[in-house]
Design a binder for this molecule. Structure first.
Ligand SMILES: [Zn+2]
Length: 551
């Protein structure tokens, strides 16, 4: 397939006037992330968006006198940023639901919902997110009755700002199709109930699943729209690649249709979602890559445990703030091993969600067992989050060549309560970017959008400061695990590319690679780390073409 493409593009080149073939981009500085030439002032690329050369401006302008020129002036160019863990359809879905962030009370929530519902077909679910009762005058959880007067028939489901609670109306609870009253509670979750045992409309953590299951799956056109909106959001923030952590076969097909129509503005490295149709398909056909170079699937995403905030992360000892609770395993170690062995047999990469120290230990044990002698090879198996590691497990990632796929903003979001959950000793092995990197492990950085913002500037800032948006705590939370700006940038470029088997194509700016890059008004390696949040993305380029330009 590749040979055919090159042939086609050569024909294309011959037919074009010489001047249109080469572009020379000049800027104050280009950080290439290429060890052979870390800095340049100019980059030449061809009509196919392949980099020809990097060097000084006078050098390249002399070598390509006919070239089209792009002058970025005082700007800085860096390789296109890659988010090693996000959820594109989930990000797109946020555009299809009502934004309730900053609402000052239930009246404002209802007003925003009424406005949003005007666009919706009759009977369709109305979803929203971002409410926070702490911002309201009456700081109590709302109830279904608050929504029912305005929406007696249309199901309404509204996620709290932190994503750990949802607010349903009566129609949504009826759609669940099971009696929610009584005194039973689902594992890992809570249904809020009144004195009479009836559900009030608030569902916490795993109880939210009851409602999610009742929401109809989007049709093909809606799914494509969600992916398109998610990808558009990503390129507007300087991303040229995303590793989509959990994609069904149906979603892969939607991506393929978009790729066939040249409607993918960036590269997506899709991970098959669990032991289901997508994995079976991959096992039958082998790793998948679309001819456009914009879409591939060669990994399977598995889950070991839950999350820390809801005490679902599996710990080796009790939660420090909940005696007797050690969290929960989402997949049994036996199943994890069986699926990992199946993926290994099919030549696939495995990426497993693990948050707690027990979850991480089980994943490391599983990888070691399944890979055997192959741990020394180029398997690139990953742990997604690798959030809390026992001291004895920290060095095992480097030893087993396991990639730590981590999300810096999780640390700054979790820091207000993480130490209560874990205690002073265990927190040492939590969000331990510096310790992992120094042990020799490779860090692929991401955001886990839409759980966190898709904006990689926030990740660069969190990685280097470990401070929140207000600069607190001053000096950073457990500052010994900060990364340098260069290390953080590498985690969002070359090492993320490596984690997707893409480092020969993207991740740094070097001859032969795709011209995927970002033009920034400021130099991320020259400004204080505190200012990384305010970097200005002027434009985002994929294959030498702009996919986003700031107005
Ligand atoms: Zn995720």
């Amino acid at each position: 397939m590749r040979a055919i493409r090159i042939l086609l593009s050569c024909t294309f080149l011959l037919a074009m006037p010489a001047a249109a073939q080469v572009t020379v981009l000049t800027a104050a500085r280009i950080h290439t992330m290429d060890a052979a030439r870390p800095r340049a002032q100019a980059m030449a690329f061809d009509a196919n968006g392949r980099i020809l050369a990097l060097g000084r401006s006078d050098e390249l302008l002399a070598r390509y006198p006919q070239a089209r020129r792009i002058e970025a002036g005082p700007a800085t160019v860096v390789p296109g940023l890659i988010d090693a863990h996000g959820h594109v359809s989930g990000l797109g879905a946020t555009h299809l639901s009502a934004d309730l962030v900053g609402t000052t009370g239930k009246e404002e929530v209802i007003a925003r919902l009424r406005a949003f519902a005007r666009e919706l077909p009759q009977g369709a679910w109305l979803t929203g997110r971002g409410w926070d009762q702490n911002d309201w005058s009456e700081q109590r959880f709302p109830t279904a009755a608050d929504l029912d007067a305005a929406f007696p028939d249309r199901p309404v489901w509204l996620e709290r700002i932190d994503g750990h609670a949802g607010w349903a109306n009566g129609a949504a609870m009826r759609a669940v199709g099971r009696d929610l009253s009584g005194n039973w509670q689902p594992d890992g979750g809570r249904i809020e109930r009144g004195a009479d045992g009836r559900a009030t409309g608030i569902f916490v953590d795993a109880a939210m699943e009851l409602v999610y299951k009742a929401i109809p799956a989007p049709d093909d056109a809606t799914l494509e729209r969600m992916l398109s909106m998610g990808m558009q959001d990503a390129v507007e923030h300087g991303l040229t690649g995303v590793h989509d952590a959990g994609v069904s076969l149906r979603e892969l097909e939607a991506y393929r249709r978009l790729a066939d129509q040249d409607r993918m503005p960036l590269r997506v490295d899709a991970m098959a979602d669990g032991d289901n149709k997508a994995l079976a398909w991959l096992c039958e056909h082998g790793p998948y890559a679309h001819a456009s170079g914009r879409l591939q699937m060669r990994a399977v995403k598995l889950y070991a445990d839950g999350a820390l905030g809801s005490r679902g992360a599996a710990l080796l000892a009790d939660y420090s703030d909940d005696a007797g609770n050690r969290g929960l395993l989402v997949t049994s170690p036996q199943d994890l091993q069986r699926i990992a062995a199946k993926a290994h047999g099919c030549g696939l990469q495995v990426a497993t969600h693990a948050i707690g120290d027990r979850g991480n230990e089980i994943v490391l044990d599983t990888y070691e067992k399944v890979l055997g002698a192959a741990t020394a090879g180029d398997h690139r198996w990953r742990i997604e989050h690798a959030q809390v590691l026992a001291p004895q497990d920290l060095p095992r990632l480097a030893r087993l060549h396991v990639i730590a796929s981590m999300q810096p903003t999780h640390a700054t979001s979790d820091m207000p309560w993480a130490e209560e959950r874990l205690g002073a000793a265990r927190i040492d092995g939590a969000y331990a970017w510096r310790k992992l990197r120094d042990s020799g492990a490779r860090l692929a950085l991401g955001s886990d959008f839409p759980v966190e913002s898709v904006d990689p500037r926030l990740g660069l800032y969190a990685a280097t400061t470990r401070e929140d948006a207000e600069g607190k705590p001053a000096g950073g939370w457990h500052p010994e695990d900060k990364l340098t700006p260069w290390e953080a940038l590498r985690g969002f470029t070359l090492d993320a590319a490596f984690a997707g088997f893409d480092e020969k194509e993207v991740g740094s700016l070097a001859p032969g690679k795709h011209a995927d890059f970002v033009i920034l008004a400021e130099d991320p390696l020259g400004i204080p780390a505190e200012q990384l949040r305010q970097l200005t993305v002027q434009s985002t380029w994929v294959d030498g073409r702009p996919v986003y330009e700031r107005k």
